[in-house]
Design a protein. Structure first.
Lengths: 261, 406
């Protein structure tokens, strides 16, 4: 695994170039350009606000700006996770001729797809910070947790992405299964709601490795408190294992790609 | 050991012919069938075939080895294994140094990006660093010859421009081992010639080259030694002209059958006897013998030369040369000898022969490859023919003077 990671490092420029290509092509093709990056997050935030408004109506309490901020803070990374998984799933097919014709570490494709999504995420995150300022959320020392939590999210996406991209190459229906999980995943992930709302059953929702990370982001950005460390460690462990497992599996299957695609 | 650039030892590669399970929907029922009913997962319709069988060869540092063979002989599979895109089923191989494969020149291009952006994209895909590309940018653009369109998205390029830019990038990678697979099938004649020249100059700098092509002329120009593959096996590794003759000999020829008259012999010789290697400008003799199985009238003997692309470069016949038509009774034979001056340039050429009846436009026994010759040329000429050029005048012309007064 070390030798393979070293080889990947040698090809890092290729990773950047392919990510740059993906970004450039995506922004060139769409008339909306920059809006592309914020469209999906905006839609998710808006649906979250509608859901939150419904809660507030039922509970006969006014909708607080902190609730909107919390939904927004969790929606933007969720949008990143969804698009990362979606793009990695098709990344090997999208580069068919390169997979079949030229040798280099093929994991650059799913990784570049995630890198390109990360660019969209950063744009959306910028828009999010403006929203947070408008909502008077303020800041605290706990904001230092944000890059750490984001790093764990990226690691998780890479691990799952490697696994899915390799699997989708051998089994054509994986992409439909992934699509279903992405569509309904939002109901099992605390994006529109907080796990606290579930009281004692919260721990079952926290088993979803994304949940502690999104909750953590919301906690330290909106509520100015440190995230739940033990659950974050759980997510970190999950992500590291997913990355290592995904990477090893990917490299194991890689020599068969050209024949199976 | 250290002077070996590439070595394959007993490489085998197996492919499956039949359906494989490529969706979970098919695989899961099949697996449960195996578990619950004891069925075999590998169903019997999964036939296997060996794309490569016991391939062993080595290439020394700085050597250029050609690989020829008919479609499906395993050439591309061998190259894919060498370039590590596929893993062999069995066997070992060694590759010393940075390997670059020119398998499809423009595989990495993205149609929406400009030529310039694609240079960086494809260059990094081929293993160059951005700095390396930056330093060679001018050379790459100049070699491709499409300076004015370098900022145009490549989707607006013609296929020739596409290929030129792709080859130009690949040709500047400076690998230690270069694999070239059929890149010459694209582009016009001039571009093909430039590709060959570029590959030759790469060889001169000490790069090891593996060259795969159906264009025998190109192989003879680039590689002194060639390997012939047939049905996944190495049939011959030898000097290129020897292997090429073997390759051409393997072509199916017309059968004698029950033709009224057939070509019983057609060969080309020099003074000493049958020969296949000539120098440009040599005199050669073509002997043709025909045998009649029935009574046939008004025949003439036709001979011609084609190049590797089947293009006829020369043709003549006894009738065209002023001989009276020949009539033969059953069992009779007829023999004629043509004297030819071989004014071809460097390359391989194929002698064709036929018995033809002009008044009925009827061909009795057509052979496209009765013999193959290799014409060498020490003179600096390229192309199909040798016009034996000399420069008889050469001077610098002052601005005021004119070569041709109007």
């Amino acid at each position: 695994m070390i030798a393979e990671l070293k080889e990947l490092y040698k090809y890092r420029e290729l990773l950047y170039t392919i990510a740059y290509r993906d970004i450039k092509v995506r922004y060139k093709q769409s008339v909306m350009g920059f809006l592309w990056a914020v469209l999906m997050p905006i839609l998710i935030v808006m649906s979250g606000v509608v859901v939150r408004y419904a809660y507030a109506m039922v509970a006969h309490v006014p909708l607080k700006s902190a609730d909107i901020a919390s939904v927004a803070v969790k929606s933007v990374p969720w949008a990143f996770i969804v698009s990362s998984i979606r793009f990695t799933c098709s990344s090997l097919f999208a580069n068919y001729s390169l997979v079949v014709k030229i040798y280099f570490p093929k994991e650059v494709f799913p990784m570049a797809a995630i890198l390109a999504c990360l660019f969209d995420f950063l744009v959306a995150f910028l828009a999010l910070s403006i929203l947070l300022v408008v909502l008077h959320i303020g800041w605290s020392i706990y904001l230092l947790w944000v890059p750490v939590l984001l790093a764990v999210i990226i690691l998780l996406c890479v691990g799952v992405g490697l696994f899915i991209s390799a699997a989708s190459l051998f089994f054509r229906d994986v992409k439909y299964i992934v699509e279903i999980f992405l569509t309904f995943g939002i109901f099992f992930t605390p994006v529109f709601f907080d796990v606290r709302m579930f009281g004692n059953n919260a721990k079952w929702l926290m088993l979803n490795p994304v949940a502690p990370l999104l909750e953590g982001l919301s906690t330290c950005i909106v509520r100015h408190q440190p995230p739940d460390l033990s659950w974050c460690l759980y997510s970190l462990a999950f992500s590291v294992i997913a990355f290592m497992g995904g990477f090893v599996l990917f490299k194991h299957l890689e020599p068969a790609f050209a024949e199976s695609i | 050991m250290s002077d070996i650039a590439l070595r394959m030892e007993h490489i085998y590669k197996k492919f499956r012919k039949g359906e494989t399970y490529n969706s979970l929907r098919d695989l899961l029922p099949a697996m449960s069938g195996k578990i619950f009913r004891g069925q075999e997962l590998d169903s019997s319709n999964q036939q296997e075939f060996w794309a490569l069988q016991d391939i062993s060869f080595e290439v020394k540092l700085g050597e250029a080895l050609g690989i020829i063979g008919h479609n499906g002989a395993g050439k591309s599979t061998a190259l894919k294994i060498l370039s590590r895109i596929m893993r062999p089923t069995k066997g070992n191989m060694i590759v010393n140094g940075r390997l670059s494969a020119l398998i499809e020149v423009a595989a990495g291009f993205h149609p929406d990006l400009t030529g310039m952006e694609n240079i960086f994209l494809h260059g990094t895909i081929l293993g160059m660093s951005r700095r390396e590309i930056q330093s060679k940018l001018d050379q790459i653009i100049a070699f491709s010859g499409i300076e004015e369109f370098i900022d145009t998205p490549v989707k607006r390029y013609s296929s020739g421009m596409y290929a030129r830019l792709g080859f130009s990038i690949a040709a500047h990678v400076d690998p230690e081992v270069l694999i070239v697979d059929e890149v010459l099938s694209v582009g016009d004649f001039i571009f093909q010639q430039r590709c060959i020249e570029r590959i030759q100059s790469v060889i001169k700098t000490g790069t090891t080259v593996l060259f795969v092509s159906h264009n025998l002329k190109a192989v003879t120009e680039v590689c002194p030694r060639t390997m012939l593959l047939e049905h996944g096996k190495v049939v011959a590794i030898d000097q290129t002209d020897v292997v090429a003759r073997r390759y051409l000999g393997a072509l199916p020829e017309a059968e004698e059958g029950n033709k009224p008259v057939y070509v019983s012999k057609a060969c080309i010789r020099d003074r000493a006897g049958e020969q296949s290697t000539f120098e440009s400008g040599d005199t050669a003799w073509v002997d043709v013998e025909i045998t009649a199985q029935e009574t046939v009238e008004r025949l003439s003997v036709v001979i011609w030369f084609t190049d590797d692309t089947q293009y006829m470069i020369f043709s003549t016949s006894t009738e065209r040369l002023g001989l009276a038509p020949i009539s033969l009774l059953a069992g009779e034979r007829y023999r004629c000898t043509f004297e030819l001056k071989l004014n071809m340039a460097h390359g391989s050429f194929h002698l064709g022969s036929d018995v033809f009846r002009y008044d009925r436009q009827m061909s009795y026994d057509r052979h496209n490859r009765s013999a193959t010759i290799f014409v060498g040329s020490t003179m600096a000429v390229r192309g199909a023919v040798n016009c034996f050029p000399t420069v008889i005048e050469s001077e610098k012309i002052a601005n005021s003077s004119r070569l041709c007064e109007v």
